[in-house]
Design a protein around this ligand. Structure first.
Ligand code: 13P
Length: 244
């Protein structure tokens, strides 16, 4: 069984004053599930310091495929690890859309992350047009085939693009269909190790819908955007996962 994981993606939000939300989160008793928060690169070191020795792990939101070099504005996996990160989100649909990232680049970044000792959180998911065309499983399978690293030390997040920041979510049956298919694909690829890969759902997860999503087959947690910014909301989602 994969360890359950509640992950927060702060996206391009958060100034140093917002670390107060993390300090509030840390006042709760440590849950049994894993907890991860991924702030912008500017906050990784300060958040890692605030979370040192606590139940909250810290991650980046992207890394370059190279360990260092002439890549102005980019951050490498060793830099994130050096700042105290243990994870890095890769292939988020916002990066695929905003920066033209394709599966091959996501895979190269994942290999770089693993080489630096970071656990990649690889994001996949269909657009609304792809779902309407009945292509959801094919799109997700192709993204997994193209973007996974060679080894099974990773986390996968299924994030339908049309559910991100919209307040809309797939039905529980639709989530189960994709998560079951992803587990089967991972088993074919990695064998028994696939059971240990946490499969997160992401897209408009809130305190009000978390419990029902966490009860879905092969859902091991969530990658939470907007509702991870406030300790009260993210704390409620963590509590729901812990109880699932
Ligand atoms: O993209 C997401 C997490 O990576 C989901 O964002 P929201 O939870 O704001 O819909």
């Amino acid at each position: 069984m994969a360890r359950k994981l509640a992950a927060g993606n702060w996206k391009m939000n958060g100034l140093s004053a917002d670390l107060a939300e993390i300090r509030t989160l840390l006042q709760a008793p440590a849950p049994g599930c894993g907890v991860l928060v991924c702030p912008a690169a500017t906050l990784v070191a300060a958040m890692a310091e605030a979370c040192a020795g606590s139940f909250v792990a810290v991650g980046g939101q992207d890394c370059h495929a190279a360990a260092k070099g002439a890549h102005t504005g980019d951050v490498s996996a060793p830099m994130l690890a050096d700042a105290g990160a243990s994870h890095v989100i890769l292939g988020h649909s916002e990066r695929r859309a905003d920066h033209g990232e394709d599966d091959a680049l996501v895979k190269a970044k994942a290999e770089a992350a693993l080489a630096a000792g970071l656990l990649p959180v690889i994001c996949v998911g269909e657009t609304e047009a792809e779902r309407d065309a009945g292509e959801t499983l094919a799109v997700v399978e192709a993204q997994l085939a193209g973007s996974l690293p060679e080894t099974a030390g990773l986390v996968i997040a299924y994030e339908p693009v049309w559910a991100i920041g919209t307040g809309r979510t797939p039905t529980l049956e639709q989530i189960a269909e994709v998560h079951d298919a992803m587990r089967a694909t991972l088993a074919a690829r990695f064998g028994a190790a696939a059971e240990d890969i946490p499969l997160l759902y992401g897209g408009s997860v809130k305190p009000g819908n978390a419990a029902e999503i966490f009860a879905v087959s092969n859902v091991d947690g969530a990658l939470v955007g907007g509702a991870s910014l406030k300790a009260a909301d993210f704390g409620a989602i963590i509590t729901a996962l812990d109880a699932a």
